[in-house]
Design a protein around this ligand. Structure first.
Ligand code: ADP
Ligand code: MG
Length: 603
C-alpha cells in the first residue's frame, strides 16, 4: 500500500527525530522551515517537525479511525498533504505557519520504515511458501489478493515465528524461559485460553514477567495503552524497538520446541515445486474449510499444469486421444460446435478440462478459425486467462482447455444475485483487469471481451476466455485493422472499431467498460432493447449508459473513462487495473474490523 505522503517532496519517510534535526539544521533553521516524517509510534501516523526561533517543535499527526489525519486537538484533514497545506496558511495552534518545506535530496525517495519492508516481505514469504509460487505468478497472487492475504497474515503470521509457543500454560512458559541462558529481554508469546487472546512472557533480571496482549474492537493488537498493530508479529517487532510499557525491550526469542524455522524463511531452492516441507518448512495451516473462502492460488488452475517441469517436458501442441476422456456433459455451445467436459491424463496428475469440439470440419474456414484461436491461446499463460492444454485431432478437431466450472460471468451473476456482494463483483472485475493488463503487455487484442466470455473458476476467481476473434499485433503496431466487418458484438465495440475497423488494447478497454456494466447489473444486457445501429448513434450523440443501481460511484467513473470517445484519451489497462485495484483494496480492508468482541485487560 503506497504511503499517502510518498509523493510529498518534504516527506522524509522513516527518519528519527535526531535525523530530522540534522536535516533541518543543514537547511538553515529559518522560522517556519518544516518537514514531515513517518511516526514509529502509531502505524500510519506522521510527525511534523517545524523550526521556530532556532528551536525544533515536533507535532504527531495521528491517523484517525475514519481515515482522516489530525494533530492532537486540531482539525481533521483528508490526507497529510491537505493537513500541511492548511497549516501553511493558518498556524492554528502551532508555533508558526509552515513556510518553507525542507525537501528531500533530489532523486531520493522517502526512507522506508521497518514495517513497510517487513510487511512486503511477509506477504512474499507467505505466498511463496503457502502456494509454492515464484516470480510473476507470485506477484500476481499478491496484487490480486493483497487484502485477503493481509487478513490471513494478520491472523496466522505469528504461528510461524520461533517465539510463538502455541497454547501453553503460564507456568510452562516460565519453565521454558528459565531453561538455558536467561538474558534480559528473552521472550515468548503464547495462547492464553480458548478466547484466542495472547500473552507475552519476558525475562528481566532473572524474573519472568507476563503481559496480556490487548485486542481492540477492530482486531488490532497492543500492550495496554500502547501502539496498536494489525498483527501480533508487528507488535513484537515494535516491542523490540521500544518497551512501550514493558520493563524492557524484547531481545532474544525463547525458541519454541515446535518451531520449524525462523520468521522470514529463506526462499526454497530455485527450480521450485519442491513441495511443502521439503526444506524443513511447513506452510502455515490453511484456515478450516468454510471459514475462509478459497483464494485463486488454492485452486489447481492458478498456475499452468505445465509449470511443473516434468509435465512441461512432455508438452506437445497435439495431445494423444487416449489420454483424453470426453464426458457427454455439454458445458456450452456455439456456431463452431459444442464445449464438453472431460478429463486429461497427464504424467503425474489428471486434470478437469473443457473441450471445444468442432462440429463440421469440412465446412470451409471453421477448422482454420479454431487453429487460429489455438495459436493465440498457445502463447498465453496467466492466472486470469483460461489456458489451452492442447489440441486433439481425432473424431473431430478439439481444443482442450482448463476447466472453469462456474461458467460465464453474466449467467452466474444473474442466477446468484442475492449471494454476491458488490465487493465480490469488484474483486472479479479486478481479476479481469489483471488478465487484460497481461494481454495489453503481450500486444494481443481480445476483440470479444464481454461478461459471457469471462468464465468463473469459483465465486471469487474469474478468467478471460474465448479467443476466437483475438489477434496478436505486430511488434510495431498498436492496432489491428480488419479488412471487412464480420459478425461483430457491436454493443461491446468502441467507435473506432465500428467506424475504421481499428482494434487495439484501447478498444478492449471500451469492451471492459461494458463488461463492468454487465457485472454491476448482475448480468443484464447492455443498452436494453436497442439494436446495434441504434447503439452506434446513441454513442455518437455523446450518450453513455447510466450507472447500474448497485454500482459504486468510483466504479462507474472507471466505466465512463473506458467509454471516452477518442482512443488516445482513453486509459490503458495499466491505469484501469490500478483504479479498480485501489478501490478493491479500499473496500475489502474494512470489514474484519467489526465482528471482533472486545477483550478485557488482565493477565
Ligand atoms: P464461442 O466462441 O461460441 O462464444 P466460447 O469459447 O465462448 O465459444 O465457449 C462457449 C461456451 O462454452 C461458454 O459460454 C461456456 O459456457 C462454455 N465454455 C467454454 N470454455 C469453457 C471452459 N474453459 N470451462 C468451462 N466452460 C467453458
Ligand atoms: Mg463466447
Amino acid at each position: 500500500m503506497p504511503d499517502p505522503a510518498a509523493d510529498l517532496p518534504f516527506f522524509h519517510g522513516s527518519i528519527s527525530r535526531a535525523e530530522a534535526e540534522d536535516v533541518l539544521k543543514l537547511e538553515g533553521m529559518a522560522d517556519g522551515l518544516f518537514l514531515l516524517r513517518q511516526c514509529l509510534r502509531s502505524l500510519g501516523g506522521y510527525v511534523l517537525s517545524v523550526v521556530y526561533e532556532v528551536q525544533l517543535h515536533h507535532y504527531p499527526v495521528e491517523r484517525q479511525m475514519n481515515g482522516t489525519y489530525a494533530i492532537a486537538g486540531g482539525k481533521s484533514h483528508c490526507g497529510p498533504a491537505e493537513l500541511c497545506e492548511y497549516y501553511s496558511k493558518d498556524a492554528d495552534g502551532l508555533v508558526c505557519t509552515l513556510r518553507k518545506p525542507c525537501l528531500r535530496l533530489p532523486g531520493t525517495t522517502p526512507k522506508p520504515g521497518v514495517f513497510d519492508s517487513l510487511r512486503e516481505n511477509m506477504l512474499r514469504e507467505y505466498v511463496r511458501h503457502t502456494w509454492n509460487l515464484e516470480g510473476e505468478a507470485m506477484e500476481q497472487a499478491i496484487i490480486s489478493q493483497a487484502p485477503q492475504l493481509e487478513k490471513l497474515i494478520a491472523t496466522t503470521a505469528h504461528e510461524k515465528m520461533p517465539w510463538y509457543h502455541g497454547k501453553i500454560k503460564r507456568t510452562e512458559g516460565e519453565r521454558r524461559l528459565y531453561s538455558g541462558v536467561q538474558p534480559d529481554g528473552k521472550f515468548l508469546v503464547r495462547d492464553r485460553d480458548e478466547m484466542g487472546t495472547f500473552a507475552l512472557s519476558m525475562m528481566y533480571g532473572k524474573t519472568a514477567y507476563h503481559y496480556q496482549i490487548i485486542q481492540d474492537k477492530s482486531g488490532r493488537y497492543s500492550m495496554p495503552e500502547g501502539t496498536k498493530f494489525d498483527t501480533i508479529w508487528q507488535l513484537v517487532e515494535y516491542l523490540k524497538l521500544k518497551p512501550d510499557g514493558l520493563v524492557y525491550t524484547l531481545r532474544e526469542p525463547c525458541v519454541s520446541p515446535n518451531s520449524s524455522m525462523c520468521a522470514i524463511a529463506p526462499a526454497p531452492p530455485s527450480g521450485r515445486k519442491t513441495g511443502p516441507g521439503s526444506n524443513g518448512y511447513t506452510p502455515p495451516p490453511k484456515p478450516p474449510a468454510g471459514q475462509q473462502r478459497p483464494l485463486p492460488m488454492d485452486t489447481s488452475v492458478y498456475e499452468s499444469p505445465y509449470s511443473d517441469p516434468e509435465e512441461l517436458k512432455e508438452k506437445k501442441l497435439f495431445l494423444k486421444r487416449e489420454q483424453l476422456m470426453i464426458d457427454e456433459v455439454e458445458l456450452g455451445s456455439g456456431n463452431f460446435g459444442c464445449v464438453k467436459k472431460g478429463v486429461y491424463k497427464m504424467r503425474k496428475k489428471q486434470i478437469d478440462v473443457a473441450i471445444k469440439v468442432l462440429k463440421s470440419e469440412n465446412e470451409k474456414g471453421v477448422k482454420d478459425e479454431m487453429m487460429k484461436e489455438a495459436g493465440i491461446m498457445h502463447q498465453l499463460d496467466n492466472p486470469y486467462i483460461v489456458r489451452m492444454i492442447g489440441m486433439c485431432q481425432a473424431e473431430s478437431l478439439m481444443l482442450v482447455m482448463e476447466m472453469a466450472p462456474g461458467g460465464p460471468l453474466n449467467k452466474y451473476l444473474s442466477s446468484k444475485k442475492e449471494q454476491i456482494t458488490v465487493e465480490n463483483v469488484v474483486e472479479l472485475m479486478h481479476q479481469v483487469s489483471l488478465g487484460m493488463v497481461y494481454l495489453e503487455q503481450k500486444n494481443f487484442v481480445h476483440r470479444d471481451l464481454a461478461a459471457r466470455n469471462v468464465l468463473l473458476v469459483n465465486q471469487h476467481y474469474a478468467k478471460i476466455s474465448d479467443f476466437g476473434l483475438s489477434k496478436a499485433l505486430g511488434a510495431d503496431d498498436n492496432y489491428y485493422k480488419a479488412r471487412t466487418a464480420g459478425k461483430w458484438p457491436l454493443k461491446w465495440y468502441a467507435p473506432e472499431c465500428i467506424n475504421f475497423h481499428k482494434f487495439s488494447s484501447k478498444s478492449d478497454v471500451w469492451s471492459y467498460g461494458i463488461t463492468m456494466w454487465e457485472a454491476f447489473t448482475y448480468g443484464q444486457k447492455p443498452y436494453k432493447k436497442m439494436k446495434g445501429p441504434e447503439v452506434i448513434s446513441f454513442i455518437e450523440a455523446g450518450n453513455r449508459m447510466d450507472s447500474p443501481a448497485a454500482c459504486p460511484e468510483v466504479m462507474y467513473n472507471v466505466m465512463k473513462d473506458c467509454w471516452i470517445y477518442k482512443h488516445e484519451e482513453r486509459p490503458s489497462f495499466v491505469v484501469v487495473e490500478e483504479q479498480v485495484r485501489n478501490y478493491h483494496y479500499s473496500i475489502s480492508k474494512k470489514p474484519a474490523a467489526e465482528a471482533q468482541p472486545e477483550k478485557t485487560v488482565e493477565v
